[in-house]
Each structure stands twice: as C-alpha cells, then as structure tokens.
Design a protein around this ligand. Structure first.
Ligand code: SAH
Ligand code: SF4
Length: 414
C-alpha cells in the first residue's frame, strides 16, 4: 500500500445482522446482498432465488420505493420486509439547475456506523438532445490532488459503497421521472428519449480505480438486463492513470475507458497529475494499448484539459498525436473550468481550435467538450461538496472570531 492509498478511508461495512437491525435500505443492493438480506429474514433457501428476482424487478426495473407496491409479493412477505428494511434513497439536500439544463444534486449519505459521520457527494445530470448523461461520483473527495481539479482539494476522503454508487442513478431516475409510468419534471430540460438517463460517466468526485470492487459491483447492478439495464458501452470510466488496475477494469467492468492525460511530457504531467510520478506516461500508454476489447469501434478517450500557456502549444499537439500513434483513440479537449482559488486559466478559443486542428489532421476525432453547468459549478473538476466548503469557512470564521451566526449568514448570503 502506498501513501496515496493510505489516506482513503474504507467505507465502513455493516454485517447482515446489523443491517437487519438498523432497518437499512435495500436500494442499491447487489443480487448477493439481496439474497443475504432475505436469508437473514429466514426465507427458505429454495425460495431465495425467486424472491430475490421479484425484489430485483421492483427495485431496479420499476423503481418502487415502498414494499407495498410489490404486487406479486405476498402480503405477509411485504410486511416482513417493511418491518426490517426500507427502500429509501439517500437524501437530496439540494438541486441546482443550470441555464443550460444541467442539474447538480447534492446528496447526503447517511452514517454507515458509529464512527462514520455520513458524507455528501455531488451527482450531475447533463441532458443533450438525444441522450442524458449522468456523471457519477465514486469517492467522497479524491486523494490524488491534480493541480487543476477542485475535487482534489477536498480534505475528507472516503470510498463510496456499491449501494451509494448505485443510489446516485436511482436518485437521478426518481428526480427525472425516469421509471415506467412516472412523469418527467416540468422545470429544466429533459431529453425526449426513451430513457432520461441513457449514459453514465464515472467522472464525478473521486478516482474510480481506487475504489475498484465497489465500482465494479455497482456497474454490475446497473447493466443487469432484468433491472436498470444500461449497456456497458454506454458507461465510461475515467481514470487519472492507475496503471495496475486498467486491465482488470477491462476484464471485470468492460466499460469504455477514458484516460485523463492532460500532458505529453512526464515533467509536466508529474505536476498536473501527481500520480504520474508513480505511473509515467510510457507505462500508462502501454496499459492502454493492452486494454481488453480495444478496437476501432471501442476506442479509448484521452481527456486533455486546455490550460493557457501550460500544455496548449502546437508542439504539445504534435507530440500527443505521436504518442497515440496506432492506438484506436479519441481525444477530448476540455476547456479548463475555473474554480475559486484555481491557479490556471483556460486557453483561448483560438488556441483550442488550433490544437484541435492539428489533432484532427492526424486522423483523430477531437471534439471540444462544451462546458456544461459552469454557472452552478457542475462542470468537470468543479465538484466539491458544500459541507467541506462550509467547514473550511467555519474554521476561518472561528479563527477570525466570528461566531456561528456570522458564519451562517456568510455561507448563505453569497
Ligand atoms: N478521477 C478521475 C475521474 C474524475 S475527473 C479522473 O481524473 O479521470 C473527470 C475529468 O475532469 C478528468 O479528466 C479530470 O482531469 C477533468 N478535470 C478535473 N478538473 C478540471 C477542471 N477544473 N476543468 C476541466 N476539467 C477538469
Ligand atoms: Fe482526483 Fe480526477 Fe480530480 Fe485528479 S482530476 S484530483 S484524479 S478527481
């Protein structure tokens, strides 16, 4: 275990017995966890499969939040389930809707044991004309401290559980009326597609490959054809380059892969993405070339944040093309999204276009990602939950002798 990993708190896990005693929610459970929960209620072994399938259908295909809605489950069984479990989702503390229709939810996760205070995460929904993408968090905060990323400045970090990752999709579908028979919201914009959430990107808070098992199991729930039923091809996992986990991600998650490259030389990438000191560009690209299932139809996306005067020269663009030679790849240029206290500026539009032209002429698709939800700090790298900001402010206020009331007024008056 290295220093970077040491700082991550494991999500505290409850035993099945504790779960039953605490009336925990089954929303977000895997098939195994559902079977365990039923077993704990003394459901006979021979009925477990049938009962789990029933629950699975109601929870993940129909989106019910009450056991009483499960019409093909017997009344006594429904009563037993209600007595021990819930189907509650974590609380949505706030919903912000950007002028461009992007929605950002601040979600409060309940404490997971006596030593856990609970946590807050952000999930972002990005509607487009023909699709709706949910940007899902995998950790509270991130340990990796990329110098241009707001999330990396959050001090408290813990891994999310499988259920907490799945719950982000459940919350989004609740809010967007994205269940059979449910009504779409009348405010903001929701695409007129069959599914309001048609795609998932693991690009919210956190490094998904530092929380591998939970992310893998959550995506297993999400792609299950009898439930949420999203195709693996519509899931993109973005990593800052945890090289030893990339092959496993291909084998066990099977999603599309995005790599946060951002620089073409190790000296600069060491600065922007400090994980590069451990896994330099050469090793990262070798792992990409070996990514299982890689083909022209299944290309790797290389994300490249455009930082004015830092990584946006013509020479950088040419080197990028050289590095990716022969690899089925797309290059996604991301205009830098500023956040309070950030030390960089976004490259000029002209610079971004020149960079994109060089890449395009070399035969790579090089879309420039339109920043979405910038006005509500929902764009890439801007996520950082409010609790942390409030806490930081509270500290400053305390240090400067202002009491709690002053802090409250400042926090809400901005
Ligand atoms: N930790 C993972 C996934 C989350 S970040 C990763 O780093 O890949 C999602 C993307 O947003 C990454 O490519 C990240 O580098 C980028 N990003 C971070 N901060 C940004 C900012 N301020 N402006 C634009 N993109 C940013
Ligand atoms: Fe973490 Fe990704 Fe932000 Fe880097 S860019 S600090 S890896 S969330």
């Amino acid at each position: 275990m290295d220093a970077l990993e040491l700082k991550i708190e494991k999500a505290p896990l409850l035993t099945v017995q504790e779960t039953v005693e605490k009336g925990q929610s089954l929303a977000g459970a895997t098939r195994l966890q559902l079977a365990d929960a039923l077993r704990a209620l003394d459901v006979p072994e021979r009925d477990l499969r049938m009962r789990s399938n029933q629950l699975w259908h109601w929870i993940y295909h129909r989106g019910v939040t009450d056991f009483d809605a499960m019409l093909n489950v017997s009344k006594p069984m429904r009563a037993l389930l209600s007595a021990h479990f819930t189907l509650a989702r974590p609380e949505v503390v706030s919903e912000q809707i950007s002028v461009d229709g992007t929605r950002k939810w601040l979600i409060r996760l309940p404490p997971r044991g006596p030593h856990d205070k609970g946590a807050e995460i952000e999930t972002v929904y990005i509607p487009e004309s023909d699709r709706g993408t949910l940007c899902v968090s995998s950790q509270v905060g991130c340990t990796l401290n990329c110098s241009f990323c707001h999330t990396g400045t959050q001090r408290l970090v813990r891994n999310l559980t499988t259920a907490e990752i799945v719950a982000q999709l459940l919350v989004a579908r609740d809010r967007l009326g994205d269940w059979p028979g449910a009504e779409r919201p009348t405010d903001g914009f929701v695409p007129d597609a069959w599914r309001a959430v048609s795609n998932i990107v693991l690009m919210g808070m956190g490094e998904p490959l530092y929380n591998f098992e939970a992310v893998r199991d959550a995506m297993g729930v999400v792609v299950d054809g009898d439930g949420l039923s999203l195709s693996r091809r519509r899931i993109t996992l973005s990593t800052s380059g945890v090289v030893p986990m990339i092959a496993r991600a291909g084998d066990e998650i099977g999603s599309m892969l995005a790599i946060s490259l951002h620089a073409v030389r190790d000296d600069l990438r060491n600065e922007l993405v400090p994980l590069n000191r451990k896994y330099p560009i050469k090793d990262l690209l070798a792992a990409c070339r070996a990514y299982p299932g890689l083909s022209n139809a299944r290309r790797i996306t290389f994300e490249y944040v455009m930082l004015d005067g830092v990584n946006d020269s013509h020479a950088d663009a040419r080197e990028l093309v050289r590095l990716l030679k022969g690899m089925p790849a797309k290059i996604n240029l991301i205009p830098f999204n500023p956040w309070p206290g950030s030390q960089y500026q976004c490259s000029s539009w002209e610079k971004i276009e020149e960079f994109s032209d060089i890449v395009f002429r070399a035969g790579y698709a090089s879309p420039v990602r339109t920043p979405r939800g910038r006005d509500i700090l929902a764009a890439c790298g801007q996520l950082k939950s409010e609790t942390e900001k409030l806490r930081a402010r509270a500290r400053l206020m305390l240090e400067s002798g202002i009491g709690a009331e002053g802090m409250y007024a400042t926090a809400h008056g901005e």
